[in-house]
Design a protein around this ligand. Structure first.
Ligand code: NAP
Ligand code: GLV
Length: 312
């Protein structure tokens, strides 16, 4: 079996070594335009160039090194070239716990005013902020999949009123759930801290905008750990300037790396990180991919195949 690897910015060797440990009989190589004639059965990729799919014409499946497959699904020219080849994303693979940790940290930092305490420490100031009433901090999680479910359960375990929104109906202990476009406004209007863990699809692009964010309980707070294209960045800036939103924690951006001149960098009420809320873990991801390749080779069904109709 032949497997081609591509992930910009990653040294391919440890990933290939890890794959080789799991699949000793496989022939493995890192994709470059120079080795375009070598045909693989499977591709293991992150942010692949169009050229990879122009030259790899015998693929049985494409494994994405992430939970979101939008770098393939949102590019019609790539989808056309793949022409029905299975696209398989990671299912959790150790990312959901990181995501829950990140979101809880952002929530606590804002609700418990840890940034204020940090500023006070720098002034050697011993001053207590008022206690918080959790009832005034309802948290809403958009997307209740592998990431969102873990996030919502974690937030609920700290006794914040917790709401969740998904495409289809879900039941989660301790979480009041909503589903479908029709219930979006009702969901939003009960929420003060909004967390986005949706996949990027045609239906969710730009979903964090003046209208939706404007429905949050004021002053609202946004935590976006999904994709930059979910957010209309100029709308966020206007809502922060107008006081409707108290702040935002952002891990993902329309353009990554975030350009040095971007206004988010210096904004006093934006905390940002460089797309690290849930990092792809090599061992866990490769173990999952290797198991799925074995299953496919035996004609067995696997989880995580992206539906091109749904877009995720
Ligand atoms: P998932 O398991 O596929 O879950 C997606 C969730 O979103 C599901 O609950 C789904 O509803 C819901 N959803 C999809 N389209 C919707 C719509 N139009 N309206 C309402 N709900 C909708 O995905 P996941 O593994 O949780 O990952 C989610 C996303 O997190 C990824 O696509 C990626 O963009 C992002 N992510 C970011 C990082 C990072 O480091 N920043 C890391 C990992 C993941 P149903 O339950 O009804 O299907
Ligand atoms: C990262 O952004 C992922 O989708 O896993």
């Amino acid at each position: 079996m032949k497997i081609v690897f591509y992930s910009p910015g990653k040294n391919p060797q440890p990933w290939q070594d890890c794959l080789a440990d799991r699949m000793p009989a496989a022939e493995l190589w890192a994709w470059t335009p120079e080795c375009a004639n070598r045909q693989a059965d499977y591709a293991v990729v992150w942010a692949p160039p169009l050229e990879l799919f122009e030259t790899q014409t015998k693929l049985k499946a494409v494994f994405v090194l992430g939970a979101g497959a939008d770098r393939i699904t949102m590019r019609p020219e790539v989808s056309r070239l793949l022409n029905g080849t299975a696209i398989v994303r990671l299912n959790d693979a150790g990312m959901a716990v990181q995501m829950a940790e990140y979101v809880c940290h952002a929530l606590f930092r804002h609700a418990r005013e840890f940034a204020v305490y940090a500023a006070q420490q720098s002034q050697q100031e011993w001053k207590t902020r008022p206690e918080i009433d959790r009832a005034e901090w309802p948290v809403g999680v958009m997307g209740l999949g592998a990431m969102g479910e873990r996030v919502a359960r974690s937030v609920a375990s700290f006794e914040y009123p917790t709401f969740g929104w998904s495409r289809t109906s879900k039941t989660l202990p301790g979480v009041t759930t909503f589903y479908g476009q029709e219930s979006l406004d009702e969901f939003l209007s009960g929420v003060r801290v909004l967390v986005c863990v949706l996949p990027l699809t045609l239906a969710t692009r730009g979903i964090l905008n003046a209208r939706t964010l404007g429905r949050l309980k004021s002053p609202g707070y946004l935590i976006n750990v999904a994709r930059g294209a979910h957010l209309v960045e100029t709308d966020l800036l206007a809502l922060l300037d107008g006081g409707k939103l108290a702040g935002a924690t952002l891990d993902v951006f329309g353009e990554e790396p975030l350009p040095v001149t971007h206004p988010f960098w210096m904004h006093p009420r934006i905390d940002l990180t460089p797309h690290i809320s849930a990092i792809t873990l090599r061992e866990e991801s490769i173990r999952q991919i290797a198991e799925k390749i074995h299953a496919l080779e035996q004609g067995k069904p696997i989880e995580g195949v992206v539906s091109m109709d749904r877009g995720y």
